[in-house]
Design a protein around this ligand. Sequence first.
Ligand SMILES: Nc1ncnc2c1ncn2[C@@H]1O[C@H](COP(=O)(O)OP(=O)(O)OP(=O)(O)O)[C@@H](O)[C@H]1O
Length: 507
Amino acid sequence: MAVGGDDDMERDFAARLRLAPSNPSSASASASASPTAASPTAGGGGIAFRAPQEQFTAADFELGKIYGVGSYSKVVRARKKDTGNVYALKIMDKKFITKENKISYVKMERIVLDQLDHPGVIRLFFTFQDTYSLYMALESCEGGELFDQIVRKGRLSEDEARFYAAEIVDILEYLHSVGLIHRDVKPENLLLTSDGHIKIADFGSVKPTVDTPIKVLPNSTNERACTFVGTAAYVPPEVLNSAPATFGNDLWALGCTLFQMLSGSSPFKDASEWLIFQRIIARDLRFPEFFSDEARDLIDKLLDVDPTKRPGAGPDGYASLKKHPFFRGIDWKNIRKTRAPKPAVEANANEDEDNQDSDWLSHMGSAHANQNVPVGNNGAASSSEVRSHVSKLASIDSFDSRWQDFLEPGESVVLISKLKKINKLSNKKVQLILTNKPQLICVDPAKMVTKGNISWSDDPSELNVQVANSSHFRISTPKKVFVFEDAKQRAWQWKNAIEDLQHCQKN
Ligand SMILES: Nc1ncnc2c1ncn2[C@@H]1O[C@H](COP(=O)(O)OP(=O)(O)OP(=O)(O)O)[C@@H](O)[C@H]1O
């Protein structure tokens, strides 16, 4: 592209973001930025940000490992070469954001994070952009996701879950006190610091209330009022019935997260989003035997179908939640100074593609040994439900231009997921892409390189998929067995999509 074209693209994007900086090149941004800086002021065509818009480039940083890949971003560990400060650099592709209509999410996250000041909220230090990408330098959480702790430990002890739940309550109390509904509370967005404390990330779906003291761009208090945002398994029933967002949404998600910490899996699991929604609407909730009475009672109350009855949403605010017997012994004032549970660390990465024929369920960990939802074919969605879901997913995910590079001309995506590939000693994140060719391509999302294909065959004796539960499945070929975990619980979709393609090829 010509230089002029690049400049135009950058100007055009800045105009769309409408975030004209009033202090474009403040040199003061660093990992030790003052937490008491002034709030931004909207108006006059500019916003005075606490976290400035800088003139940096990616070359000013040493990029390290990928922390995570979101639906419209990649988050990378980055050390600023001159200061040595380490950040989590959230990198967003401008073309993708524009095409996917995510500009309002980016704006919201940027403006809101800029004003928040709580030890449990990821801090934003500065932003910058180049022709193709937007960058947000976030406080780095070295301890990974709460989700990984649950998977690694199988399930958490009641003491561990109580500590994390209390920190989440403390964070939600703060967010709600400043009139913000997070709307995407889930173990993947709850990150651990190096000393094991929780911080909440991902403010793209945040919804400000009309009386929020947080400065937001015009219309954001009523825009997307009744739109479904968030993640299927943690969505409350009233949102499925198009009710406007309330603080109760986050309290429901807290109930789901506490259930997941204690049991190893989310309370409303099924083969497809549609079936999950049916379970949520029916409040099909089954507690494992080993939950204490206090845990059961708290979760039961947080998962009340009436959002105003959830503890924390009533007239006495957070008092009723914090004095629930489950939290007995929590020192609320000093929660951030309390010693955090010892995190389970990831076993050393082992690149070897192990043959894993033996006992694949047991070495998947005990994470799912206590599932409340029965597994097996009973959980399968009907073929037509799955097919329509698959085509919906394909149409959504194949828009993501990042993956097009791995396809041949004319080839299109049938199903794509960010998965954990489970090996004996370690888990690896992979992007698995099923195409209409058909091909099953494994991409390393950190390096954006192909890790290889899973050999395709139309013959089920040479390529078959077995589902253990909605999040775990294995693909067996004569040479290798690949075990995957799909946090989005699409195991049955994978099986059905692959079998549908085998069937189509044969006929
Ligand atoms: N500050 C951070 N420190 C360490 N890891 C982080 C940080 N922020 C995000 N991550 C990792 O990156 C992943 C994606 O980040 P984030 O959720 O902000 O992206 P997104 O594109 O908004 O994702 P989503 O698909 O949930 O909307 C997170 O799930 C987490 O694993």
